[in-house]
Each structure stands twice: as structure tokens, then as C-alpha cells.
Ligand binder design. Structure first.
Ligand SMILES: [Zn+2]
Length: 503
């Protein structure tokens, strides 16, 4: 059937008519978008400042201080140092339910220092750490979106709470299980994971892998390797036997498993029987119960290795991560805002810059992404993110925003070239708008929260959450300290020294 559109009305006016229906939701989002456009510079000042801090996990002192100052000035209550981690930031505005939290991180990586905008390798500080995954952009986008939501809540008298959790040391999977254990998400109705990518998208399903990381230290008895080796008990022998024992187990594990290790103490010199040996393990699988089953066998193998060598050992929990359980109801809600906001309008110069970089590094020369990704399930990746734990205690959605160059892998210096560019800045605007609009929907649509919760109840019951953190374990706040302190003084020269203020 053909629809006759009167010439004078035209397509544009019809579109305007359609958009004006349900004005209140549109009005709220429009206000959020105006706030974000007005504060785009402040947002990217935050992200760019964090880039130059280049702080490793648990050492995010400058970054967490900047976020505390900025968000407090913007009217948020900010707690620094919660769950026993000095650089853990929890910020919130409002009161009561519904309570929606953004979950993200701001840590850099060792050796990632790079001069931003330089297409060839050129560290800012030789061997120094840097943002070769672009976590710096999370800081601006999360703060900006939360501020825009706050402005809308105030203007339209919307009840509830908007919160941001900046968890330390994502790159070492070192903080979220502690933040969950401390109860931060007990009264939260939904969370949205926020991450940089080369496109604007969301997704649902089990996103990645479970991981358990522990350090096994064996203690023996030293002796001269030639004069009285019979008096010695070799702790490095125990390490080697543990490694061999696990190799014998590999045949009998599920095809989905992963296990990798490094020997962190392997003796001093051959003629000294080592009284100390150490091996650090990662065990992973598609689900946490499966990973835990393998991990328990690993501990048994350590017992066997100790028995064979007459040594003793202790296990120190290092890190753990549940796979992300990403909620489909929340994905559908976020997708609507992905489609509403759309990809940034890149200039030809930006496309050309991306193509030049891709060509230079033998990557597919595709320029920048121009279309948002349609909603769909996503393949389960075998990497891990400790924010996974959160998704087993509260319904979690996920949002990626387009601030990176297609084809460039994170954890390589190449990913540190663009995080402060105009491409990143535009992508951050799109990310903040999509995030703010999604939080507004969650705060104002009780049915959405109920539906997400009902789905969560079904899915999470299949695999009830348990914490891998031993009851007496404390976060490793010394993590990366000496590495960071080697470079901090040289890095300080590049600090932007900005004081972003939202208005
Ligand atoms: Zn990341």
C-alpha cells in the first residue's frame, strides 16, 4: 500500500512530528545532551589529564584525586579509599532507589608511554607506563554522563541515585572482588560497564572468561650443591614438579580451560640448594565453577610437589574475575540510545589520519567506523575483567564508545597514540550522551529495572555467585608502587595541571 504524503508537509516535518511524541523522555535527554555539549571541553580535560598521569593499577593517586575534586565541585558525594584501597573512587548523587551505577577504571599499563599524536614509536618518558588501552577516556565519559544525569534529575525532580565506581587496577584484576565483598552494590538496581572501543555498541550474554590467579611459594632447606646436597630440600624442585604435575593434568581438563604460569623465584645459582621457590599461576575457564574445579586440582598438585620434596608451601591469592554476565534487557535499552545518539561525524582529515596510521602499521586500511553496531549476542572471549564479579550480584549492561582506531590492539603502544585526539574527544561525547540517556531511562522506567532484575534472577541462579577472595585477604595496595615511582618525577613535567569544572 502506498502512503501519500502531502508535498507541503514533507519528510522532515513528519519526522519532527514523530519525535515530539513522548516529549518528556526526549526533553530529559535533550537537556542531558545540551549539558554534555556545553561541557565537552571539561570532559576531555579530565580524560586528557588522566592520560598524562599514566598511572598503573593501585597507584592512581593523581587520577583519583582529580576525580574526587572535580566530582565534589560538581555536587557529588565522593569517597576515596573505600574497600581498603587508597585509589578506589565511589561517587554518587541523589538518594534512595532506583540506584544506577557506572562501573569503570582508569589505570595505565607498564611500558605504554607514548607521545600522543605521534604515529611512530616515541615514548614520552623512556620505558614509562602509559595509556595503551585508553582507560583515561573512561574518566571523562563517566564523570560527564553522571553530571548530565544529575542536572536532569534536579531539573525534572527525578528520584533515585546515580553513582560511579572507578575501581583500581583493572589490568591486574585486583579490585572488584574486594569492592563487591565490601557491599558497595547491595542497594544498586543496575550497573553499566563502560569501555573504550572503536565503535558505539552494547551486547549481552556471557562476555568473557573466569580467572583465578595465585602465587605458590615453597620453602625448603639450603645446602651446598656439591658438598652436602643430601642435607638440602630443594624448593625449586617443588616448583618444577608442580609445573610437571599440572602438565600431566592438562589432558584431563575441559577443552575450554586455560592455564599459564611464570616462575617468579627459581633459585640463586646452581651450587646453592634453593630454600625458596615460587611459581605464579593463572587458571581460567568459561565459567567460574569450572575454573575453580581446575584450581582446586592445582592446589592438590602443589601438596604433592611439597610431599615429594619434603618442602612446605603457602598459597597467596593474587586476583580473580568472574566472567561478565551481561543482561539482555539492559542491552536492548542501551541499544535504543546507541541508535539515538549514533556515531560521531568524523571529518575527512580524521578518516585520513586513521588510514595513514593503519597503513603505516600494516593494519586493514578502513579509516574510522561510521555505523553503530546492531544489537546481538557476542562471542565469549577468553580474556578476563575483574568487573565480572559485579554482574553476578546486580544486573549489568555494557556500553562501548568509539574513541579508538579500528584494528589497533589494546596493550600495544599503538593504542596510546590516539586517546587524546579529536577522534577520541568526539567518541567521548557520543559515549557520554548514550550513557546519560541510558541512565535516565533506567531511573524513569521502573518496568525496565523489574524486567532486568527478573532476567538476572533466572540467569544468576544457574550459577550462584561465590567470592574467590579468602576471608583474611586484603587488596594488594603495594601493587606497581616501585615501578610507578621510578617514572613519576619525569612524567610530572607533562601534567596538564587543569582544574575542570562542569557547569
Ligand atoms: Zn580495559
Amino acid at each position: 500500500m502506498r502512503t501519500i504524503i502531502p508535498r507541503r508537509l514533507g519528510l522532515v516535518s513528519i519526522l519532527a512530528l514523530v519525535l515530539s511524541f513522548g516529549a518528556s523522555a526526549d526533553e530529559r535527554k535533550d537537556l542531558a545532551f545540551q549539558v554534555i555539549d556545553r561541557n565537552a571541553q571539561q570532559m576531555t580535560d579530565i580524560s586528557d589529564s588522566i592520560y598524562y598521569f599514566g598511572e598503573l593499577g593501585m597507584q592512581e593517586f593523581e587520577g583519583s584525586k582529580l576525580l574526587k575534586d572535580t566530582l565534589e565541585a560538581a555536587g557529588f558525594r565522593v569517597e576515596l579509599g573505600g574497600a581498603g584501597m587508597p585509589t578506589n573512587v565511589w561517587a554518587e548523587y541523589g538518594s534512595g532507589r532506583p540506584k544506577i551505577a557506572i562501573v569503570t577504571e582508569i589505570d595505565a599499563l607498564p611500558g605504554g608511554s607514548q607521545t600522543p599524536g605521534e604515529l611512530a614509536r616515541k615514548p614520552l618518558v623512556a620505558n614509562g607506563p602509559g595509556h595503551m588501552e585508553g582507560h583515561n577516556t573512561h574518566a571523562g565519559v563517566a564523570s560527564m554522563a553522571a553530571f548530565a544525569v544529575k542536572q536532569v534529575m534536579q531539573r525534572h525532580n527525578i528520584p533515585g541515585t546515580v553513582a560511579i565506581s572507578f575501581g583500581p587496577a583493572e589490568e591486574q584484576l585486583a579490585s572488584r572482588p574486594f569492592i563487591v565483598r565490601a557491599g558497595y552494590f547491595k542497594d544498586v538496581d543496575a550497573v553499566i560497564y563502560l569501555h573504550i572501543r572503536d565503535t558505539l555498541n552494547t551486547g549481552f550474554g556471557i562476555g568473557n572468561y573466569a580467572a583465578i590467579s595465585s602465587v605458590f611459594t615453597f620453602h625448603g632447606k639450603t645446602a651446598h650443591g656439591a658438598v652436602n646436597p643430601w642435607d638440602g630440600k630443594d624448593a625449586v624442585d617443588a616448583v618444577v614438579l608442580m609445573d610437571m604435575g599440572f602438565d600431566k593434568l592438562r589432558e584431563h581438563l575441559r577443552p575450554t580451560y586455560r592455564a599459564h604460569r611464570t616462575i617468579t623465584a627459581g633459585g640463586i645459582q646452581p651450587n646453592i640448594i634453593a630454600d625458596r621457590g615460587q611459581i605464579w599461576w593463572f587458571v581460567r575457564d568459561a565459567s567460574m565453577p569450572a575454573a575453580k574445579e581446575t584450581y582446586d586440582k592445582l592446589v592438590k598438585i602443589a601438596e604433592g610437589a611439597a610431599l615429594m620434596t619434603g618442602t612446605t608451601f603457602e598459597v597467596k591469592y593474587a586476583a580473580s574475575a568472574w566472567p561478565q554476565l551481561v543482561n539482555k534487557t539492559l542491552a536492548e535499552a542501551i541499544q535504543k540510545n546507541v541508535d539515538l545518539v549514533g556515531m560521531p561525524k568524523w571529518t575527512e582529515a580524521e578518516h585520513e589520519r586513521a588510514r595513514e596510521f593503519q597503513k603505516m602499521h600494516a593494519l586493514p586500511v578502513v579509516g574510522l567506523q561510521t555505523r553503530v553496531t546492531p544489537l546481538g549476542g557476542r562471542p565469549q572471549s577468553s580474556s578476563s575483567n575483574d568487573n565480572g564479579d559485579v554482574s553476578w550480584v546486580v544486573p549489568a549492561g555494557s556500553l562501548n564508545f568509539p574513541a579508538a582506531i579500528p584494528g589497533v590492539n589494546a596493550h600495544e603502544w599503538k593504542a596510546a597514540v590516539f586517546p587524546t585526539s579529536s577522534i577520541s574527544h568526539k567518541g567521548q561525547v557520543a559515549g557520554a550522551k548514550t550513557l546519560a540517556a541510558s541512565i535516565i531511562d533506567l531511573l524513569t522506567t521502573p518496568e525496565l529495572i523489574q524486567k532486568a532484575r527478573a532476567e538476572f534472577e533466572v540467569e544468576s541462579k544457574k550459577t550462584p555467585y561465590f567470592s574467590l577472595v579468602p576471608p583474611d585477604a586484603k587488596p594488594d595496595v603495594e601493587l606497581n608502587r616501585s615501578e610507578m615511582e621510578k617514572y613519576r618525577a619525569d612524567m610530572k613535567k607533562f601534567y596538564l595541571n587543569k582544574t575542570p569544572r562542569f557547569n
